[in-house]
Every structure is written in C-alpha cells, then in structure tokens.
Design a protein around this ligand. Sequence first.
Ligand code: RAT
Ligand code: ZN
Length: 416
Amino acid sequence: MITDKNVLRDAVRTAVNSVKITDIHTHLYSGSFGDLLLWGVDELLTYHYLIAEYFRYSDMSYRDFFALSKREQADLIWQTLFLEHSPVSEAQRGVLTVLNKLGLDVRSRNLDSFREYFADMNTQDYIDKVFEISGVKSVVMTNDPFDPLEKPYWDTEGNQDPRFKAALRIDPLLNEYPTSYKKLQDWGYQVSVDLDQRSIDEIKRFLTEWIKKMDALYLAVSLPPNFTVPEDSLRSRIVEQCVIPVCRELNVPFAMMIGVKKLVNYQLGLAGDSVGKAEIQTVEYLCRSYPENKFLVTLLSRENQHELAITARKFRNLMVFGCWWFLNNPSIIDEMTRIRMETLGLSFIPQHSDARVLDQLIYKWSHSRQIIAEVLIDKYSDIIDAGWAVTEEEIKRDVADLFGENFWRFIGRSCD
Ligand code: RAT
Ligand code: ZN
C-alpha cells in the first residue's frame, strides 16, 4: 500500500512511462502503403502545424512557398522557426524532442547532419525503432476510400502489419454527398443525388463492405461546429439512416470529431482549417436516441470540453477521447485531463497523437505521458490525503486503462 507521496510519484511515473500505448487516432500508415507513410526530418519540419507557424514570421507568398520542394520548404522552416526565433511552440518543441530522443545533437543546429541520419534508414526498421522509443504498441490509421492515393492499396494487398489498425473515415460521404455520390456510382453502388431508399440501402452496403474489407475498428468523420442531427439535410439523413444502423449491426462505434471550420484560409491548404464551438445537443440526441450504438467523441473547441465531459456522465455509450489538434498543447491537455478525471474518474481516453509523420509518435506521447502522469499523481495524492491508499498494481491497472484498455473494452475487442 502506497501512502508516501515520494513513493507515489515514482510509482506513477514508472507506470506511465512504461505502459504500451494504443494510439486511437493517427494519420499514419503501415509500410504496406508505400509512400503514404511519412517519416524523417523533412516531413517533420513540413508538418502543417509548422507551416501555419512559419507564415506568422514570413511574408513569402503562399503560392511561392507551396511551389518549393519539400526539402526547400523544410530549409525555410528550419531557418525561420528554429534559427531566427527560439522554437518554443508545442509543434516546434516536438521536432526537438524527436531528434533528441533519436540520439541526435539538437544543439548542433545542423539540419544536414539530421538528414544524414535518416538517409540510410530502412522504413521497416524505422517503424520498429519509433514504436520502441515511443512505447506505442498499436496505432489506428485514418482510412479514406475516397482518397485516390489510398484506395488502390485496399483494392490490392491491404494492410499487412497488425500493429496498424484501420478506421473507416467517411468525411466525403457525409460532408460532400452531392459530389461524392458519383464516386460511389463509379464503384458500382446504385446511389442518386437525392438519397432515395435505394441509395440508402446502397450506402449501407458500401459502409458494411468497407468496414469488413479494412477490418475497421470504428467509423469516423470530422465535422463542422454546426453539425446538427436531426435536421433536414443529406448529412443528417445519412447519419441516421445509414451510419447508425450499420454501426449498430456490426457493433462498430461511430467516432465524431466535431468543430472544424474547413479552409478558413484556403491558401494554407491543410494548415488553413480553424475551430468553432460545437452543438453539444447533437451528441446528446444521438447518444439518447441510439442507446445501442457506441459513440467516440472528441470536440475541437476548448469551450466545449466541460459540457462534453458532463454529457459522458449521462451516457455510457459515449466515450470521450483525446485532446485534438489545437488542443494538443501542454496547458490545455493538463486542464482537459483534470476536468475529465474529476468528472469521469478513469473512464475516458485521455489522448491520441494525431501523428501524420511516424516520428511524431515519439514527441506527442512523451509530452502527453508527462502531463497525464502529473495529473494522476495529484489525484492519487488527494485520495491519500482522504485516508485511502493505492497499490502499485492498482496504479498499473489504471494507467493501462487510460492508455489503451478503455478503448479496447469500449469497442468490444482486444488488442491482438
Ligand atoms: O490534426 C490534424 O492533422 C488535422 O489536420 C486533421 O487531420 C484532423 O486531425 C482530422 O483528423 O481531421
Ligand atoms: Zn486527425
């Protein structure tokens, strides 16, 4: 039984630093997907979070910047965001953490020497290395059949690496049906733009076939702040008439990532999206109306976090997850994790990485582990002050739940 605070701190830090993580939302691909898997220092430097930050300091035209090669863009970002200004933002610090944990001397500030390190690296070896250093055991990809670069891989060999799990991502289906229905037609589904009964049946067939083809752990979508169900819109109808029944039938959760304002500055491309406060009523409506369905939910606005945690207290079919995108900053992770732990105990998924570049697993998880450990220490410490005692085994159990088991239990599967 642990009652001593120093012993507690050590036990929690050890448990959190050694737990093997299931990362439930990334944009990574296994080696089977060829060039879709991004890794290395030039990819790290051209992460869209850093591109947005680069333009805070540069007056270069967007067009000129995006016309440059990846290496040239990385040179400019390194020069501007690391040499001309100290790299204190979370995304900047992330690059340093990665290089440092790989054993490179970041103080050398020598970008070419970092490039040399990656030059002879083999993809499979590097995947193993990053999983080892980051302590991640499995990652969930974001798999979009509407992506013309990704679909061919699924139509041939598919995913061969069991550490990488699939999630069927359906943004085009829900957010752009008036154009994407044509793709469904090309693939042999009998759908029409006005979403008649036959289209509904065919969309259900499409979802069912792709969930099975990918062995998707869940079905996912990113949505705007004003996402509303029910309403008289194609999206709302597809959610209620296609997504909900298929998810129920196959016992697959529906992951809603709500709060993205797409292309607020379209010239920035992927870096041009922003944030708005979501309507929690829609989450309440779906959880209440479909108690047999499971919902994984993350909201992008900080202003939504308290009400989302409260909503999860009302609905056990709702699993709150991650500190998404603009929320993936230390001060906000700390705040959100405290809100969630104080309202939900340990029944939530505190973090996902959203990594787009393999190497980012290293920094995203090392930074988050540190913050979550400190929150846990405070919470255990408070109950010790109330006369309770915890054991090392209990700490390990709780940590394993937060960093993976809560997810596997919620989706009703086990990590193989
Ligand atoms: O965090 C990101 O990299 C964003 O660009 C989005 O991809 C977001 O995470 C999403 O999944 O839509
Ligand atoms: Zn994402």
